[in-house]
Design a protein around this ligand. Structure first.
Ligand code: 6GU
Length: 228
């Protein structure tokens, strides 16, 4: 998969790409991530990327020409996503959907947003990461990339890590325990020490349902439940 990021702060992405699973995914060529500095695509001598809004009012708007020119360099077929609090809320289902794309372009908004004409002509979809306001789309772009990249084939060593995730089948995860068997008077549930894999799987399944019912009952309406 190729991911192209259009941003006025490409430097923000450098450390993000240099650690952990994202770094490994790049090294394995599971994903190819490029950042495009909007300023390099400015058309005037002052390299202006933003300007005053027509009609007046506070804040600035990202100009259409630099975004247009940057997108012109990106491969087809592609999905162009604009990150904005006006978008659809990102979730695990959307992460799976985006992980199927060959080319994904992420436009990071800043200020009051982007000129409506680029949005209309070039943006396929608007995505938000939740109902609160951030200064720009850079952190949301990292959130989306992290959620998507871990779903790509061969990125997580063991298939089970995606299967066991929270939100897999729409349920939260079950509790986890590691050594010691007893910690400050609290014992690990006996069933996990039993070695009975069927019983353990059953306990975990029940716990996932219980955790979801207690913490996020809203998720149960959409959960992918079997007859059991
Ligand atoms: Cl994608 N952008 C901004 N600026 N704020 C947000 C957001 C995006 N998602 C939630 N808040």
């Amino acid at each position: 998969m190729r991911i192209d990021i259009i941003t006025i702060f490409p430097e923000l992405f450098k450390p993000f790409l240099q650690f952990g699973i994202i770094k490994k995914a790049c090294e394995k060529n599971a994903v190819d991530i490029q950042t495009f500095d909007l300023r390099n695509y400015a058309t005037d001598k002052h390299q202006m990327v933003d300007d005053y809004p027509y009609g007046g009012g506070p804040g600035m708007v990202l100009k259409p020409e630099p975004i247009w020119r940057a997108l012109d360099e990106l491969p087809h077929p592609r999905r162009v996503v604009f990150l904005t609090p006006q978008g659809q809320t990102f979730d695990q289902e959307k992460a799976w959907e985006l992980s199927q794309e060959k080319n994904l372009a992420l436009i990071c908004g800043r200020y009051e947003g982007i000129d409506e004409r680029v949005r209309e002509k070039l943006v396929d979809e608007e995505i938000s990461i939740g109902d609160y306001v951030l200064n720009g789309g850079e952190v949301p772009a990292m959130v989306i990339m992290e959620a998507v990249i871990r779903l790509l084939p061969d990125v997580l060593g063991d298939e089970d890590s995606v299967v066991g995730d929270s939100f897999y089948q729409g349920l939260l995860d079950h509790p986890h325990y590691t050594r010691p068997e007893e910690f400050k008077g609290q014992r690990v549930p006996q069933v996990l020490l039993s070695g009975d894999h069927k019983k353990i799987a059953n306990w975990r399944k029940k716990e996932r349902l219980r955790q979801t019912l207690l913490k996020r009952p809203d998720l149960l309406k959409k959960a992918n439940l079997d007859s059991e």
